[in-house]
Design a protein around this ligand. Structure first.
Ligand SMILES: [Zn+2]
Length: 233
């Protein structure tokens, strides 16, 4: 049953992408533990899929609490997330969902020989985070960086904070070569951050034409410079 929901792609020796319905969870392993980042959009048996990949104890981290990242949180006991995300998470959590445990800027998640560092990047939601693996030069960026349009309208969005977070990620880009995204292409280069910065500036300046989104949402789609956003301007 699980296979029909999830497509597992081994990206490297210790990294898997678990894709379902236009969103991607990530699984990383170290020598002692595994890290699952987000729990997808559809409610299959994600825990079983993870178990088939690794028998290491699994730490679940949510990049943020949008519905397409927490659907299988009921299959885990604890969900680590930024301290500013717990309120939104609890307002959206269904029955039996994992209890939130809090992460802060600079906290590290040590899997044994593989360490991820928490980077707070508010904007998409107040408690959105990225995870930086300095040694492997990889950034897991949730919904903030993508080559598909990023949702920037509705509850918990903060456009000025999002712009500030983009600038910060750009400044940090000497620390990573690859960005692992939740939507669109699985891996994009740091140049996508610059694309989003320019695109969003142009959107806010009224220089980008509004298009109809490919699905019914109360926002318009704006695309330029290889980046895009769903916005209500
Ligand atoms: Zn998402």
């Amino acid at each position: 049953m699980s296979e029909e929901f999830y497509k597992v792609i081994k990206v490297s020796d210790n990294t898997w992408s678990i894709e379902s319905d236009m969103v991607r969870a990530w699984l990383f392993t170290g020598s002692d533990k595994a890290l699952l980042v987000d729990t997808a959009n559809v409610h299959g048996n994600l825990a079983e899929v993870v178990k088939a990949i690794t028998d290491l104890p699994v730490i679940l981290v949510n990049t943020h609490a949008d519905g397409d990242h927490i659907a299988c949180n009921d299959q885990f006991e604890t969900a680590w997330m930024h301290e500013k995300e717990t309120e939104l998470y609890l307002s959206r959590a269904g029955e039996g969902f994992a209890e939130p445990a809090v992460l802060s800027e600079g906290d590290t998640i040590d899997l044994g020989g593989r360490v991820f560092e928490v980077v707070h990047i508010p904007g998409h939601t107040h408690g959105s985070i990225a995870l930086l693996d300095r040694e492997n030069r990889v950034l897991v960026a949730g919904d903030t960086i993508s080559d598909r349009p990023v949702f920037l309208f509705g509850e918990a969005r903060d456009i000025p904070a999002f712009q500030k977070s983009l600038r910060r990620l750009k400044e940090m880009s000497k620390d990573y070569d690859q960005i692992l995204a939740s939507h669109g292409s699985c891996c994009v280069g740091p140049e996508q951050i610059g694309n989003e910065i320019v695109c969003l500036e142009e959107c806010l300046a009224g220089k980008v034409a509004a298009e109809e989104p490919p699905f019914p949402i109360p926002a318009k789609m704006y695309c330029s410079h290889g980046a895009g956003f769903y916005l209500t301007l």
